[in-house]
Structures are given as structure tokens and as C-alpha cells.
Write a new protein. Structure first.
Length: 468
């Protein structure tokens, strides 16, 4: 058996299995090509695999090289990748990126920029292939141990994951660096060397150059066993996610709101598992143990009338009554108009990503009403009355919702309706002249309610289509 066949059988078995199961959907294979030995071997394997396919399925092959601009040789590496792809008859796109290491570190920032650049080319019919191998997996697990990661982190790099609407597959994860080097030598493949890989100031390089070689010399199967441990951790995480999904179904009020009474019924470890899972559903980085402790003490154990806030980057975890919210606060500019005039003929776009309003008799045919599409029925405004939408009206303003028996202040009503304090500045209030007509999404004023007057000819239909 030739070395190409041996390596290809190991490396491409999972990829081919996925390709067969998704044969009607996959139209493009994208190879992330750095120019280093790993990605050069991956590209060679894929080109030969496609050329040796006997079915009639047409697969486009695209290579993407990301130029980080971090080395004096960066342009040289880009030229190498383009030239190499021309020899194969493969299109190569070079993406130049700016790496902002602030807050992330140079390695993480470069990785983030690289994946963002590749994501621009991905569709639902794309499969992205990257060249991480067994030794990379061992390094990733060791770095996770250094950080004190849990089961999710110790799972290291999954072989297949969703990415930018398509899939990302790592075919070489069960291939060692030694096998890759042997393959490249056997096939006489050229590649570029990045001298920064020898700089042990980077944690991954230190592990690769100093630590792991000694461990593998003492225990020759060390990297392989680490890869097995990572796989078992991924299995454990999958089970934890299944439990968390069931718990989330019981506790979820909306996508960004959980019922505290359901959370406190869970054991501490199960509650922590649910909170981590919930944050991951919103693509947030997992909180540290200290931050998780803050959430469980300051949010869950706080008094019902308190308003604690836990910062998670651009997001906040907050409490209002017996609910825990995950929100991304909107900053309201001082110069942003608080009064919007509306001619009721054209669609009105609301500020603060609140959606838009339409008015007209034809809207009365809308029957499906949900959180994103609300239909409000009102009395018609007089022809000479100016209709406006206002925000942040005084809490002492008196209102009389159609369901209530007496007037109350806006402040009291918002409390009764259970509107969290941070949402109140974003409530659109509809006015005819200086008369409050409705708090959109909450109530219609008694004097302007069609339901109470029974005058269907005077109906004024407003459709509020909220932003997704």
C-alpha cells in the first residue's frame, strides 16, 4: 500500500462519509492554505481525491490563503500559495487582514481574523477543510489544561462543526506530524517554513518544541492518548448538552429570559451546566468560575426588587423580579429624536432597531399575531390631528388601558405589566396630538379602543413589525 493511499484512507474517511451523506448539498470544497507543510499536504490529498473520484458529482475546489501581514515574508508565502494552486489548476484567493491583538493576544487575534476572512466565502453548500492534526490536538488539550478548562475545553478541536452556514472539517486530526512529514517527503511536496514557529515565547510553540517531544519520548503514545481523551471529553460534553437542553426547555420564558424559580430547583452543578449552555446558545464565551459564581449569587439569590448587573463583555446578565435576562444594552444617543411625526400613509421606521409601523384598513386581514408581528386596532385619528410616536414620556403621565377600571401613572402600569427597567426607554407611545393613544405592545387607551366603542367603521389598523 502506497503512503498516499494509507494517509488518504485515514485522513479522508470521515470527510468522505460526510460528503456521501450530504451529496445533494455539497458543491464546493474550500481548503485553508497557509503554505506550511500541513496545509500543503491537505491540499495535495484533496486534489488527488477529487481527481480519483469515479462518480459524476461535480465539486468545485477553492483554496484560501490569509495574509496576516505579521511577517516580512508574508507576501512571499501568499505568492507561493498562488503558484502552488496554479500547478494543480485550483483557484486560490488571497485575503489580507489586519490583526488587532488588543485584548486577545496575537495568536488568538490572528486565528479570529483568519476564520472571519474564510467565512466570507462560505455558503450552505460549502465544506471548509483545515489542516490541524493529531499533534495540534495534543497541544490544544494541554493549553486547555493550563487554563483550567472544563469538559468543553478539554474536548479540544472537534473533527466536524458548523461554520458560517456551512461545515468545517479537520480531516488530519488522526494523522501525526510524523506521518505528514513522511507523506510530504514521499510526494516531493514543497512548503514554506514560518520562523516564528521556533519562538517559544508563544505558549503553543513552547509545548510543541520543548514539552511534548519529551513526553512523547518517555511515552511514545502520549499524543495519541491525549487525542483519545479529547474524544471522550467531547462525548461527555454532548451528554451534558442534552441534559442542559432539557433543563433549558423547562426554564426558558423567551430566548433571552429564564425563570428563576426553575433554576433554583436544580442542583448547583446542573444549574451551572444550564447557564453555560444558555450563554453558548448566544455565542458568548464561557464565563470563568468566578463570574459564574457571581451570576448564581448576585442574580439568583438577590432580592426580588433588586436590579443586579453582571457584565459579560458587550452583554449583561440582569434580574427583574423572578426572571433572569441576557441582554445587549442599546445606548440611546442624546441627539436621537424622542418624537417622530407619522403621516400614517408611509411606513415608519422606528429607531433603536425596534422595527417599523404600517397603517391601513387592508392590514385587518392579518391573522397571525406573534412577538415579531403585532396588530393594534384603534379609533381613526381626525384628519387634522398630528400622529406621533414618542419615547421616554414622563412616568407621572396618567394612562387608562382599556382593560383597567381607573387611570394610573405610566410608572405604575409598567411595573404592573412587568416591563424590566432597561426596556422602558424603548417603548413606543402613539399619540394623536397631545393625547396618549397606546403604548405599543402593551395596551390601548380606553378612549381609543375599538373593542369598547364597537364602531368597526372607525377602525385604524396599525401593524408593528419588530426587527428580528
Amino acid at each position: 500500500m502506497s503512503l498516499w493511499v494509507e494517509v488518504a484512507m485515514i485522513a479522508l474517511s470521515q470527510f468522505e462519509s460526510y460528503l456521501s451523506s450530504e451529496s445533494n448539498n455539497v458543491r464546493e470544497i474550500i481548503v485553508a492554505l497557509s503554505g506550511g507543510i500541513d496545509s500543503v499536504v491537505l491540499l495535495d490529498l484533496i486534489v488527488k481525491y477529487i481527481n480519483n473520484r469515479i462518480d459524476n458529482q461535480h465539486l468545485e475546489l477553492l483554496a484560501i490563503h490569509v495574509n496576516h501581514g505579521l511577517s516580512d515574508r508574508a507576501d512571499e508565502w501568499a505568492d507561493f500559495c498562488v503558484t502552488r494552486c496554479k500547478e494543480y489548476g485550483v483557484e486560490c484567493v488571497v485575503e489580507c487582514v489586519d490583526v488587532d491583538a488588543k485584548g486577545l493576544g496575537i495568536e488568538a487575534a490572528a486565528r479570529q481574523a483568519r476564520y472571519q476572512a474564510i467565512a466570507k466565502h462560505v455558503t450552505s453548500q460549502s465544506v471548509v477543510l483545515t489542516a490541524q492534526h493529531e499533534d495540534d490536538q495534543a497541544e490544544t488539550l494541554m493549553l486547555a489544561l493550563k487554563r483550567g478548562s472544563g469538559v468543553l475545553g478539554l474536548g479540544a478541536m472537534p473533527p466536524v462543526l458548523n461554520f458560517a452556514g456551512g461545515k468545517l472539517i479537520r480531516p488530519l486530526l488522526t494523522i501525526s506530524r510524523q506521518q505528514i512529514e513522511a507523506y510530504a517527503t514521499s510526494e516531493q511536496l514543497p512548503w514554506v517554513e514560518d520562523s516564528s514557529n521556533q519562538q517559544n515565547c508563544f505558549d503553543r510553540n513552547f509545548l510543541r518544541n520543548e514539552v511534548l517531544p519529551q513526553l512523547n519520548q518517555r511515552w511514545p503514545s502520549f499524543n495519541y492518548n491525549l487525542a483519545r481523551s479529547s474524544e471522550m471529553c467531547r462525548d461527555s460534553q454532548e451528554l451534558l448538552d442534552e441534559i442542559a437542553a432539557a433543563d433549558l426547555n423547562d426554564a426558558k420564558i423567551t430566548e433571552d429570559c429564564l425563570a428563576i424559580n426553575e433554576l433554583v430547583e436544580l442542583s448547583q452543578v446542573r444549574r451551572n451546566n444550564l447557564i453555560r449552555f444558555w450563554l453558548r446558545q448566544h455565542d458568548l464565551e464561557l464565563p470563568s468560575q468566578a463570574v459564574l459564581h457571581q451570576i448564581t449569587t448576585q442574580i439568583l439569590e438577590a432580592k426580588a426588587d433588586s436590579d443586579p448587573v453582571i457584565e459579560l463583555g458587550e452583554w449583561q446578565v440582569r434580574r427583574y423580579r423572578q426572571r433572569m435576562f441576557l441582554i445587549k444594552p442599546q445606548v440611546v444617543s442624546e441627539g436621537q429624536s424622542q418624537i417622530l411625526e407619522w403621516d400614517c400613509q408611509s411606513e415608519l421606521t422606528l429607531p433603536r432597531k425596534l422595527g417599523s409601523l404600517k397603517a391601513g384598513q387592508g392590514l385587518s386581514q392579518i391573522k397571525s399575531v406573534d412577538e415579531e408581528n403585532q396588530v393594534i386596532k384603534l379609533k381613526q385619528p381626525h384628519a387634522d390631528v398630528q400622529v406621533t410616536i414618542r419615547f421616554n414620556i414622563s412616568g407621572s403621565t396618567k394612562a387608562w388601558p382599556q382593560q383597567r377600571q381607573k387611570r394610573r401613572t405610566i410608572k405604575k402600569l409598567l411595573q404592573e405589566y412587568g416591563v424590566p427597567t432597561w426596556q422602558r426607554q424603548h417603548i413606543p407611545y402613539l399619540f394623536y396630538g397631545e393625547q396618549l393613544v397606546a403604548a405599543l405592545g402593551l395596551w390601548v387607551e380606553r378612549d381609543f379602543s375599538v373593542n369598547l366603542s364597537g364602531d368597526s367603521e372607525a377602525e385604524f389598523i396599525v401593524n408593528w413589525k419588530k426587527s428580528a
